[in-house]
Design a protein around this ligand. Structure first.
Ligand code: PGA
Length: 236
């Protein structure tokens, strides 16, 4: 099965960085490699990579929302995808699951595939209520009554950018619970949180892991090349 590899560059990169990166990385994998650079660089990256995604979009279609980017604008920049509800947006921009759902609905309306992020904090993991919490967050964040495709990314908040990853057992358990809770069979479920060249192959080989959302390691072309190569081995 095709694996989905998403590079979330967050607020990193520059014009020269993009040129250097794509001198050393050519996205000709059989897998789905989706680059999500900062919105001002979407068109620069689109020049090198056929599949790109935004990192966010507005819950509104247009209007007086200074600094925001609508779903249709993300689409016009060449995107097929958009990350929605990343924990950094939930945390630093106080986005609720209700807002996340509205954003996902805007994305679907204009023909983008939203990649909806969910995940528990360390406190919730330690309290033993991670599955309960994530399933509740999932049900509140999902677009209402649609048969259009969206992706889910399970990203434990405590694993993002920390070098800590969930255990294989915890990933399998959570992905299975998410799979059972999703209304549509075959919805891709990605794992994210400190995915790197050393753990990518093992994670991509787990049941119900259809891909990975990679932050830090997607900014290093050597590491990202390795992750893409592993994704091909994990396809069988
Ligand atoms: P990380 O980020 O790989 O640097 O942990 C993942 C993400 O936030 O999507």
């Amino acid at each position: 099965m095709t694996k989905i590899i998403v590079a979330n560059w967050k607020m990193n990169g520059s014009g020269p960085f993009i040129i250097e990166f794509f001198k050393n990385f050519s996205p000709n994998s059989q897998n789905r490699i989706i680059f999500c650079p900062p919105s001002l660089y979407l068109k620069d990256v689109f020049f090198h990579a056929p599949m790109i995604g935004g990192q966010d979009c507005s819950p509104y279609s247009s209007g007086a929302y200074t600094g925001d980017t609508s779903a249709v604008m993300v689409k016009d920049a060449g995107c097929q995808y958009v990350i929605i509800g990343h924990s950094e947006r939930r945390q630093y921009h106080k986005e609720t699951s209700e807002t996340v759902r509205q954003k996902a609905e805007q994305a679907l309306k204009v023909g983008l595939t939203p990649l909806i992020c969910i995940g528990e904090s360390k406190e919730i993991r330690d309290s033993g209520k991670a599955i309960e919490f994530v399933l509740e967050q999932l049900s509140q964040s999902l677009p209402a009554g649609t048969d259009k495709t969206y992706y889910i990314a399970y990203e434990p908040v405590w694993a993002i950018g920390t070098g800590l990853t969930a255990t294989e057992h915890d990933i399998v358990q959570m992905h299975q619970a998410i799979r059972q809770a999703l209304p549509t069979q075959g919805t891709p479920i990605l794992y994210g949180g400190s995915v790197n060249k050393d753990n990518a192959h093992a994670i991509l080989s787990l049941p119900n892991v259809d891909g990975v959302l990679v932050g830090g390691a997607s900014l290093k072309y050597e590491d990202f090349n390795h992750i893409v190569a592993f994704s091909e081995q994990a396809m069988i």
